[in-house]
Write a protein that binds this ligand. Structure first.
Ligand code: FES
Length: 62
């Protein structure tokens, strides 16, 4: 059975990625991800590449 991999774009919010995948950081570090993960699209997160909720405070409007 093929694994399901879903990327959802949240209006005025993050990308939500569901499924098993490998994340490669700018440092070259690789992380195996097996849970739903929220990635920042607004550029304001203090924990990039992850969303920390800052999009709400800055009223991110796509
Ligand atoms: S999208 Fe949530 S902090 Fe940027």
């Amino acid at each position: 059975m093929e694994k399901e991999f879903i990327v959802k774009v949240v209006k005025n919010g993050p990308l939500v990625v569901s499924g098993d995948f490998k994340l490669v950081l700018p440092s070259g570090e690789e992380q195996e991800v097996t849970r739903k993960t929220f990635f920042c699209r607004c550029g304001q997160s203090k924990n990039k590449p992850y969303c920390d909720g800052a999009h709400a405070a800055v009223k991110f409007d796509e």
